[in-house]
Design a protein around this ligand. Structure first.
Ligand code: PMP
Length: 422
């Protein structure tokens, strides 16, 4: 199968794990491979309300059996969805543009920022990813590139509450350093004549390694960017739809209100839908200066999927579940870190958490090799999870939202067994 894949799909199409998995079915938090073996899914956030949730499957198939067209005809679904979605935001964020992917949403957000500010400069962290269109790929600082970055891009250090710089004693010191870099990036863009159109950031810095942030940090970031005439784009592709357990959106959890919010992955529970939510003024500036049409964006079937996901989040109290099970799981992981010396910092929020794998004794030296061994062994033992962070040594545990305490117990029983073997 791997050879056929390479022949048909070309090289460099990575799979997870030394021994790739071939799934054929999913149900709730469970995945089943071609041999009928069951795996606990502690990784996938796209099947947000659970793999193949019957309410979402039914909504998609009902609408697909009735009508699927595009946004040039009138349809209630897009309006109903826009209403339901914007009701979860601060009242200033009242308009919606739908896309098919998170990348497209971020691409449009950059164009909106340019339309409203008339400027071009963009600021991101130095270890990030916001998607794969040509424009957002230019912001993908976590992917090494030989040709350097675009002249209108400036980076600030990705916040990291664990690997502090010499002289820093906690995340407050770390945050002050990042803010100083932000001031420098703003000045540099102004001096170069680009000006600041936007900062794009994930409100929990998920791809950067979900660091602990001091309260009010992102509000201070937003104030500086706005003072320079720019807007703040919150990329909610990872923390959105209640993942942190504290609120529907990562920026609400982190305590600031962005000007533009982008979303994707969990939005349709696997059906490809993404979107941008913004203010009336920004949407008007964008729509009057640009023509934007997306053939599949905002079609009635995608909107039916989006509406059904919102129903399940509400009906099954999934945000409260993320808070409760997330807190329980983090506590168990902390206990495990007391037992195993090579488990370092444990952090995260709601159902997005993990631990650094480090060399015992020197708590802040990453052990990527051991981390890789651990996730491969977890897979061998029927639990799906991943790694992330600059040093690829951070356990990434981000299961579908109906993950229960019993599921968490199962995860930690397997993890205890695996880590004991290591
Ligand atoms: N933003 C972030 C933070 C992401 O992690 C990703 C995908 N991993 C994207 C945007 C792009 O989303 P998509 O793959 O749906 O285009």
């Amino acid at each position: 199968m791997m050879a056929r894949r390479e022949r048909l799909l070309g090289p460099n199409n990575p799979t997870f794990y030394d021994d790739p998995v071939h799934f054929v079915r999913g149900e709730g938090v469970w995945l089943f491979d071609a041999d009928g073996r069951r795996y606990l899914d502690a990784y996938n956030n796209v099947p947000h309300v659970g793999h193949c949730h019957p309410h979402v499957v039914e909504a998609i198939s009902r609408q697909a059996g009735l009508l699927n067209t595009h946004s040039r005809y009138l349809h209630d679904n897009v309006l109903d969805y826009a209403e339901r979605l914007t009701a979860t935001f601060h009242r200033s964020l009242s308009t919606v543009l739908l896309t098919c992917t998170g990348s497209e949403a971020n691409d449009v957000a950059l164009r909106m920022a340019r339309a409203i500010t008339g400027k071009h400069g963009v600021i991101v962290t130095d270890f990030t990813y916001h998607g794969n269109t040509s424009a957002v790929m230019e912001l993908a600082t976590l992917i090494p590139r030989e040709d350097g970055f675009s002249t209108h891009l400036r980076t600030i250090p990705a916040p990291d509450s664990y690997h502090l710089e010499p002289g820093e004693k906690d995340e407050t010191d770390m945050a002050a350093r990042v803010l100083a870099h932000l001031d420098a990036a703003i000045s540099s863009l102004e001096e170069a004549g680009h000006g600041v159109s936007a900062i794009m950031l994930c409100p929990i810095f998920a791809n950067e390694g979900f660091p602990d942030l001091p309260p009010g940090f992102l509000d201070r970031v937003a104030k500086r960017v706005r003072k320079a005439g720019g807007v703040v784009i919150a990329d909610e592709v990872q923390p959105g739809f209640g993942r942190t357990g504290a609120a529907m959106w990562g920026h609400q959890y982190s305590g600031f209100t962005p000007d533009i919010v982008t979303m994707g992955k969990p939005m349709g529970n696997g059906h490809p839908i993404g979107g941008v939510v913004t203010t009336h003024d920004i949407m008007h500036a964008f729509r009057t200066k640009n023509v934007y049409f997306n053939t599949f964006g905002s079609n009635p079937v995608s909107c039916a999927a989006g509406l059904a996901v919102l129903d399940v989040i509400e009906n099954e109290n999934l945000i409260a579940n993320a808070a409760e099970v997330g807190a329980y799981a983090k506590e168990r992981l902390e206990k495990m870190a007391e037992k195993f010396g090579f488990l370092g910092d444990v952090r995260g929020a709601g159902l997005f958490f993990g631990a650094e794998i480090v060399h015992p004794g020197e708590q802040i030296t990453a052990d990527k090799k051991l981390a890789k061994k651990a996730v491969n062994l977890m897979r061998e033992n029927g639990v799906i999870m991943g790694l992330l962070g600059r040093k690829e040594n951070l356990f990434k545990i981000r299961p579908p939202m109906p993950f229960s305490k019993t599921n968490a117990d199962h995860l930690f029983e397997v993890m205890d067994h695996v880590l004991s073997r290591l």
